[in-house]
Design a binder for this molecule. Structure first.
Ligand code: ITT
Ligand code: NA
Length: 199
C-alpha cells in the first residue's frame, strides 16, 4: 500500500526518502507530485505543527492513503523567530531559495557572530483517511554565516552552521545532515508511530 509524502519540495522529498528508508516500512513512498490534480493547501496555520497537519490531511483525504507532511523553516533569534513559518516565501515568491537567503543575510547585515544564533525547526505530521492524526517535532541549533558556503542541501543550508560544526549544512553529506537535522529528528520520531498506526 501507499504512504503519501505530502510535499512538493524536491529537497524535502530526497531527505525524507533517505530518512524513511532505514525504517523498513513495507509502503510505497509516493510524492504529492503524483497527484497534480490535488490543489496545494493554503498554509493558514500559525504554527509549524498546524501547517504540517493541514498538508497531511489534505493529501490523505484526497488520495485515501495515509499521508505524512513536513512543515519547516529557519527561526532567527535576533529576528524573534522570523522567518519561521514564512521561510519559504520570505522574499515574496514561494520557494525562491536564493532570494530568501539573500534577503535574510541583508537583514542581518554585519551583526556579529555571537548574535547570529538560529535554528531549523520541523514539524512532521501523519494523517490517516479516517482523520487520525499525529505530529512530532525536531530542531537543529546553530549560527548564521555572513555569506553562503556549500552546494549541498537546499533552502538556507548554505548559511546555517550547526552548533559544534565548522561546516555549513550545505557542506555536510546528505547522511551527515540527516543524522543531526530537524527533519531527521522529527521523522525518526515518527517511525514508531507509523509502525503502530499503519500496521
Ligand atoms: P511543501 O509545503 O510542499 O512541503 P515548502 O517548501 O513550501 O514545501 P515549507 O512551507 O515547510 O515547505 O517551507 C520550508 C522552507 O524552510 C523551505 O523553503 C526552506 O527555505 C526552509 N527549510 C526547511 N528545511 C530546511 C532545511 O533542511 N535546510 C534549509 N532550509 C530549510
Ligand atoms: Na510553511
Amino acid at each position: 500500500t501507499r504512504l503519501i509524502l505530502a510535499t512538493r519540495n524536491a529537497g524535502k522529498v530526497t531527505e525524507l526518502r533517505a530518512i524513511l528508508s532505514d525504517a523498513g516500512l513495507p509502503h510505497e513512498l509516493v510524492g504529492a507530485d503524483a497527484y497534480p490534480e490535488v490543489p496545494d493547501v493554503k498554509e493558514t496555520g500559525v504554527t509549524f505543527a498546524e501547517n504540517a497537519l493541514l498538508k497531511a490531511h489534505a493529501l490523505a483525504q484526497a488520495t485515501g492513503y495515509p499521508a505524512i507532511a513536513d512543515d519547516s523553516g529557519l527561526c532567527v533569534d535576533v529576528l524573534n523567530g522570523a522567518p519561521g513559518i514564512f521561510s519559504a516565501r520570505w522574499a515574496g515568491a514561494h520557494g525562491d531559495d536564493r532570494a530568501n537567503l539573500e534577503l535574510l543575510l541583508s537583514q542581518l547585515g554585519d551583526i556579529p557572530d555571537e548574535h547570529r544564533g538560529a535554528h531549523f525547526f520541523c514539524a512532521a505530521a501523519l494523517a490517516l483517511p479516517d482523520g487520525t492524526e499525529r505530529v512530532v517535532e525536531g530542531r537543529l541549533l546553530g549560527t548564521l554565516r555572513h555569506s553562503p558556503v556549500g552546494g549541498g542541501g537546499f533552502g538556507y543550508d548554505p548559511i546555517l552552521q550547526p552548533t559544534g560544526e565548522t561546516r555549513t549544512c550545505a557542506e555536510l553529506t546528505p547522511a551527515e545532515k540527516n543524522a543531526i537535522s530537524h527533519r531527521g529528528q522529527a521523522f525518526r520520531a515518527l517511525i514508531p508511530v507509523l509502525r503502530e498506526l499503519l500496521a
